[in-house]
Write a protein that binds this ligand. Structure first.
Ligand code: KG4
Ligand code: ZN
Length: 345
C-alpha cells in the first residue's frame, strides 16, 4: 500500500495530496491563485512563482493534517516536473527534492499532462480498456494521445497549432466582458442560449489530421461581436460591447457547440486511427457540461475524471507516481524542471 505525497506547481495552482495505492485520495489540497491573476485575464508567471513560494508550506501542512499522516509515513515524493512555467515548476521541484532527500525517500518526477489522463482512475480505481485515445483539454494544452499498454505508454498523436481550447474559452469570455477563468462562466451561460443561433467555424485542418486550431474560432467571435474590419461594417472599439443577456448566452452556446463539435470529430478520428477501445479525457475543460454530454455518444466508453480532479491538482501526480513506484522507476535528485518550449509531451 504505497503512500505517496504529490506536489503540483506547474502553473497557477499550488497543490499537495496524499494518495494511497494510486487511487485512494486521503487529501487533495489546492491553493488557487485565480484572484491574483483575474485582473490580468491570464496567468502572470512572476506573480505565480511568488505565490507558490508563499503557499507551498501551508499547503503541505494542510495536506498532511487532512490525510492524518506525518512525514515519516510517506513512501515516495512525487512532483509534476514538466511541462509548465519555469518559475512555477522550480518551486514544486525544489520542494519535492528537499523533502525526498531529507526523508531518505524516493523522488518520482511525472509529466503533468500524462497525470491529467491518469486522473480518471482517482477514487474509482478504474483502468480503461487499452489501447485508448487520450485527450487533454485545458488552458495550456489541447492534445490527443495513444495510451497503449498501460499508463506509462503514452504517445502524442495530435496537438493544437495555436490556442488551447481553455485559452479560447478564457479569451472569448474576455471579449464578452465576462469573468476569468472563462470556461466555467461560458459553460453556465451556454445552457441558456441557442447553440444554433450563430454558425461559428469548425477548423478541422487536413482530412486525417489530429491537430487542433482554435484561433480562427476566437477571431470569429470577436468579429461577430465587434464587426469585421475592412468590410464596411461598423467596427466597435473600446470596452466590452453592449449585449443583452440573451445575445451573450447565444454566443456562448454557439461557441461551445463549435468547440465540442471539433473535439468530438477529432476524437472519432483518433479512435479509428488508434483502434481505441476507450476514450480517456482530462484537463480543466473536461469539466465542461457540453463536452461531457457529447462524450456519451462516442462509439467506445469515455472516461472522465470526477469534477474536482479536472483542473490542476496534486492527487493525479501522486496517483500516476504509484505506477512508477510499483515498477521501481525513480528519479535522481538532479531532476530538471522542463518548460513548454523545451518539451512537447
Ligand atoms: O487544467 P487546468 O486547471 O489548467 C491548465 O493546465 O491549463 O485548466 C484550466 C482551464 C481554463 O482555461 C478554464 O477556463 C478551463 O480550464 N475550464 C473550462 C471549464 N472549467 C475550467 N472550460 C470549459 N468549461 C468548463 N466548465
Ligand atoms: Zn493542467
Amino acid at each position: 500500500m504505497p503512500v505517496i505525497l504529490g506536489i503540483e506547481s506547474t502553473c497557477d495552482e499550488t497543490g499537495a495530496a496524499v494518495v494511497v495505492d494510486g487511487y485512494d485520495v486521503r487529501s487533495n489540497v489546492v491553493a488557487s491563485q485565480v484572484e491574483l491573476h483575474a485582473k490580468y485575464r491570464g496567468v502572470v508567471p512572476e506573480i505565480a512563482s511568488r505565490a507558490h513560494i508563499e503557499n507551498i508550506l501551508p499547503v503541505f501542512r494542510e495536506s498532511f493534517a487532512e490525510a492524518g499522516v506525518d512525514l515519516s509515513g510517506v513512501d515516495a515524493v512525487a512532483v509534476a516536473h514538466r511541462p509548465g512555467l519555469i518559475g512555477s515548476l522550480l518551486v514544486g521541484v525544489t520542494a519535492a527534492k528537499t523533502l525526498a532527500w531529507s526523508l531518505g525517500k524516493p523522488l518520482i518526477g511525472v509529466d503533468h499532462v500524462h497525470a491529467h489522463l491518469y486522473s480518471v482512475a482517482l477514487e474509482t480505481n478504474r483502468t480503461p480498456s487499452m489501447p485508448a485515445a487520450g485527450l487533454v483539454v485545458s488552458g495550456g494544452h489541447t492534445a490527443l494521445y495513444r495510451v497503449g499498454e498501460g499508463w506509462l505508454d503514452v504517445e502524442l498523436i495530435g496537438s493544437t497549432i495555436d490556442d488551447a481550447v481553455g485559452e479560447a474559452y478564457d479569451k472569448v469570455a474576455a471579449i464578452l466582458g465576462l469573468g476569468y477563468p472563462g470556461g466555467p462562466v461560458l459553460d453556465k451561460l451556454a445552457e441558456k442560449g441557442d447553440p444554433q443561433s450563430i454558425h461559428f467555424p469548425r477548423t478541422l485542418l487536413g482530412r486525417d489530421s489530429l491537430d487542433f486550431s482554435f484561433s480562427g474560432l476566437k477571431t470569429a467571435v470577436l468579429y461577430h461581436v465587434r464587426g469585421v474590419p475592412g468590410r464596411g461594417q461598423d467596427v466597435k472599439a473600446g470596452g466590452p460591447p453592449e449585449l443583452t443577456e440573451q445575445q451573450r448566452a447565444d454566443i456562448a452556446a454557439s461557441f461551445q457547440a463549435a468547440c465540442v463539435d471539433v473535439i468530438v470529430k477529432k476524437l472519432r478520428r483518433a479512435i479509428d486511427q488508434v483502434g481505441a477501445k476507450s476514450v480517456i479525457v482530462g484537463g480543466g475543460v473536461s469539466a465542461n457540461r457540453g463536452l461531457r454530454a457529447a462524450l456519451n455518444k462516442l462509439p467506445v466508453p469515455a472516461f472522465v475524471p470526477p469534477m474536482k480532479y479536472c483542473t490542476d491538482n496534486a492527487a493525479m501526480s501522486a496517483g500516476l507516481a504509484d505506477v512508477y513506484y510499483r515498477e521501481g522507476t525513480f528519479s535522481d535528485l538532479d531532476l530538471d524542471a522542463v518548460t513548454y518550449s523545451q518539451f512537447r509531451s
